[in-house]
Design a protein around this ligand. Structure first.
Ligand code: FE2
Ligand code: FE2
Length: 135
């Protein structure tokens, strides 16, 4: 069974956003696969980089959409993304410096963060964007 399951509860019913969120879940699972396969810190760092690069791509896309449509709490939403990004840069530095964080804890953190962010903050903007004709 995959480490993180996608389920319909996570859907916002905005096609591109749902696709990107699904891809993030997939990349978290790739990272778990690499941990399970006991890949070394360098290989884990590579898989993690792919996940994090895509996270930034997603944040940029989402923020662009919210800004374009004048989402009232755009700034707060962007700040939430920013606080994760900061933590992640810190973790990446730990990999680079040869002191990788505990992979199981890191995975759990990313899974919980993504799930809660989608279910709470992202779900809040969905009706607003759908109302504006975003599908
Ligand atoms: Fe978001
Ligand atoms: Fe999102």
């Amino acid at each position: 069974m995959s480490f993180m399951q996608w389920n319909s509860n996570l859907e916002l019913h905005i096609a591109e956003i749902d696709r990107q969120h699904q891809r993030l879940v997939e990349l978290i699972n790739h990272f778990d696969d690499a941990v399970q396969a006991q890949h070394g810190a360098e290989a884990l760092g590579e898989v993690l980089k792919e996940l994090l690069d895509y996270t930034y791509t997603h944040f940029t896309y989402e923020e662009g959409l919210l800004m374009k449509h004048g989402y009232p709490t755009y700034t707060a939403h962007k700040a939430e993304h920013g606080s994760l990004a900061e933590k992640v840069v810190f973790m990446q530095d730990m990999f680079k410096e040869g002191h990788p964080p505990d992979s199981a804890m890191l995975l759990e953190f990313l899974k919980v963060w993504l799930k809660e962010h989608i279910l709470d903050q992202d779900k809040q903007y969905a009706p607003f964007l759908i109302e504006q004709g975003v599908s």
